[in-house]
Design a binder for this molecule. Structure first.
Ligand SMILES: NC(=O)c1ccc[n+]([C@@H]2O[C@H](COP(=O)([O-])OP(=O)(O)OC[C@H]3O[C@@H](n4cnc5c(N)ncnc54)[C@H](OP(=O)(O)O)[C@@H]3O)[C@@H](O)[C@H]2O)c1
Length: 260
């Protein structure tokens, strides 16, 4: 139980992209505070089932469902499975996302469709299907990125797919607010996950790329001079998913260690 807090006792949550990284940390945090958790994942069944076993061993109710957010019908299945298992839905934490770096001249329509289908369209339809089951007090937390508001070479597709999320939560807040449901986003900064291990070097200026060792780059990253830990980012999701954030909606919370 995180710091003896149990803000989600008796509640049920769906976490997309919950098998690894930030999503797995969100699932752990919500479960530690009492939530029953349904974890969606794209392909890594082993990691998802291992996490479910871990959460159950801690006394939580948990289930893993293979569901690619690129296909809204699969997201619908994930949400309906959660409702069938737990009898209710209180929280959607939408964490699934994919990275992309490439220069303008190399971007193809297929790249555009792939990135926006997962990062943007996938989150919109997760909201639509979750909203069908949420009632007053429901909480939706989407995932943007600090990249939405920073210029980085070759990052246009990913960054703009995330910037759309910040507008999405702003605009959906009015519709959902009428039903007493809040919707916000987290914009994580660089966080030590598989995604960061694979792509962090691409954040270096092309003229420096490869010349600054990654440990040195990380040690100068942001005001706190390190990457975030997934559980530090998850604390932001838990806040927005809790009653502590009851009067907050339509906003994007930057949890980035001071990466300005
Ligand atoms: N790490 C960072 O520095 C950082 C910074 C800002 C924003 N973010 C955002 O935070 C979120 C989590 O990132 P992360 O670093 O934890 O990523 P990660 O380590 O690459 O993990 C990605 C997770 O998303 C799932 N996923 C990917 N594509 C999916 C799809 N089409 N359908 C369903 N699930 C899918 C993966 O499932 P499988 O295990 O089955 O592959 C995995 O659980 C993403 O939205 C990312 O854009 C990350």
């Amino acid at each position: 139980m995180a710091a003896g807090i149990s803000r989600f006792e008796g509640k049920a949550a769906v976490v997309t992209g919950g098998s690894r990284g930030i999503g797995a940390a969100v699932a752990r945090r919500l479960a530690a505070e009492g939530a029953a958790v349904a974890i969606g994942y794209r392909g890594n069944q082993e990691a998802a089932e291992k996490l479910v076993a871990e959460l159950r061993a801690e006394g939580a109710r948990a289930v893993a469902v293979r569901s690619d957010v690129a296909d809204p019908e699969q997201t619908k299945d994930l949400i309906e499975r959660a409702v069938a298992e737990f009898g209710r839905l209180d929280v959607l934490a939408s964490c699934a996302g994919i990275e992309h770096f490439d220069a303008l001249e190399n971007i193809t329509p297929a790249d555009f469709d792939r990135i926006f289908t997962v990062n943007t369209r996938g989150q919109l339809f997760a909201v639509q299907h979750a909203a069908a089951h949420l009632s007053e007090g429901g909480r939706i937390v989407l995932t943007s990125s600090v990249s939405a508001s920073r210029a980085v070479f070759g990052h246009t597709l990913y960054a703009s797919s995330k910037a759309a999320i910040e507008s999405m939560v702003l605009n959906l807040s009015a519709e959902l607010g009428a039903r007493g449901i809040t919707i916000n986003a987290i914009a994580p900064g660089g966080t030590a996950t598989d995604m960061a291990a694979e792509h962090a070097a691409s954040y270096q200026h092309p003229e420096l790329k490869g010349t600054v060792p990654m440990p040195q780059w990380e040690a100068t990253h942001g005001a706190l001079r390190r990457l975030g830990r997934p559980e530090e980012i998850a604390a932001g999701y838990a806040f927005l998913a809790s009653d502590d954030a009851a009067y907050m909606t339509g906003r994007t919370l930057q949890v980035d260690g001071g990466y300005f």
